[in-house]
Design a protein around this ligand. Structure first.
Ligand code: 2U9
Length: 377
């Protein structure tokens, strides 16, 4: 009963309310009905407020009816809410069901760049000969890059390297540059570790040069052996052993020619015999055989006394040999690419073709040059 005495049919009110709740089609609609019935200004809340104005007797008869109306509506709202939530969940589960019969999505597979592959192969071959891998900064000072390697300031050999200089000097007043070879790494290693020493220094080097056979950044590997009584015979054997392992053939023939490098004395340029196979140069055999030729492959020599001194060693006590070779060139010779610039274009089609599987780790036992079987074009 309302305050003005109007009788309220609670059963009908409940029926109407529950019918509206049952018709709610969304959680938003259920919430709107909750507010309309039970909110501060809601119709059932208004009924509850009428209890305050009633006589105790009236309240005793009306109170339970209004409370059970409120309970019925509260329960109805809860039930409808759960039903809608359950329906939404079922719809999602149906829509998001995995179809396990579909083919698996294709996963793009990367590949190992031939330069990285060849560097790994070289590290593996030289590790077997007792060489450790040494690394150093690509931003160098002119002392480590030139002076210590017997190229003092204004030495004409500095002009042979088209060097990228930085505008600023370092804290010691030395000129800063991008290393033009990895030799400063060996200087640093000699100073840090002393002798005896067997290291290779692979890495990026920079020269201001750009055409079909030169890129401003390229890769080198240099080797340095320092011990007592080291001579050119050790150098020749080491290079022959390395090249046989790298090209995976026993018929590697070397020809040593006198040359000049400021950091070695005597200096030798090393040629290797090759044959033309399908128009391509393939390393192997003597270059003097008919149809064969010699190609220049690497530079080397006995470490110059002045360089040993710069590395903190007594040249009357220690001798050494060193060599340097272009890694990109080695990769081209072994795997048959003909344009150096493609190495650094980042074209994924080239990488698909010439790249290596990430798990094809070169080892001496499985073959350092496992070709990229089953991959690429
Ligand atoms: C120290 C002492 C001696 C490293 C050497 C060469 C000869 C050489 C070139 C080959 C092709 C560079 O990549 S390339 O253009 N290198 O001919 N490099 S001897 O001699 C050293 C290095 C470090 C302490």
């Amino acid at each position: 009963m309302l305050a003005d005495g109007t009788a309220v049919d609670y059963a009908e009110t409940a029926q109407e309310a529950l019918a509206r709740i049952a018709a709610a089609e969304s959680l938003d609609q259920v919430e709107a009905l909750r507010v309309a019935f039970l909110g501060k200004q809601g119709s059932i809340s208004a009924l509850l407020k009428t209890l305050g104005a009633m006589s105790p007797e009236q309240r005793q008869t009306e109170g339970p009816k209004i409370h059970s109306l409120r309970e019925a509506v509260t329960a109805g709202l809860g039930a409808r809410k759960s039903a809608l939530e359950q329906a939404a969940l079922e719809q999602r589960l149906a829509a998001e069901r995995l179809d396990l019969t579909l083919p698996a999505p294709e996963r793009p597979q990367g590949s190992v760049h031939p330069v990285s592959q060849v560097m790994d192969e070289l590290a593996e071959i030289f590790a077997d000969l007792g060489f450790a891998v040494a690394t150093g900064p690509e931003i160098e000072d002119d002392w480590h890059n030139f002076t210590a390697l017997n190229m003092p300031e204004s030495h004409p050999a500095r002009a042979m390297h088209d060097t990228f200089y930085f505008p600023e000097r370092n804290a010691e007043g030395r000129e800063m540059l991008l290393r033009t070879h990895t030799s400063p790494v060996q200087i640093r290693t000699m100073l840090a570790e002393g002798a005896p020493l067997r290291v290779i220094a692979p890495g990026r080097v920079y020269r201001s040069d750009s055409d079909a056979t030169h890129t401003p950044m390229f890769h080198q590997i240099e080797g340095l052996v320092i011990d007592k009584g080291i001579h050119l015979g050790h150098l020749k054997w080491t290079l022959e052993t390395f090249l046989k392992a790298f090209f995976e053939r026993d018929d590697i023939v070397l020809r040593l020619r006198p040359s000049y490098f400021p950091f070695t004395e005597p200096s030798v340029e090393v040629d290797t015999g090759f044959a033309f196979v399908d128009g391509r140069r393939v390393v192997g055999g003597s270059g003097d055989e008919p149809g064969h030729g010699w190609m220049e492959l690497l530079g080397s020599g006995m470490v110059n006394r002045r360089v040993l001194e710069a590395g903190g060693l007594d040249p009357d006590e220690w001798q050494g040999f060193a060599f340097g070779v272009g890694v990109d060139r080695l990769a081209m010779l072994k795997y048959g690419m003909n344009d150096l610039r493609a190495f650094f274009d980042g074209d994924v089609r080239w990488l698909d073709h010439y790249g290596f599987g990430a798990l094809d780790v070169p080892t001496l036992s499985s073959g350092v040059g496992t070709p990229n079987v089953g991959r690429g074009a």
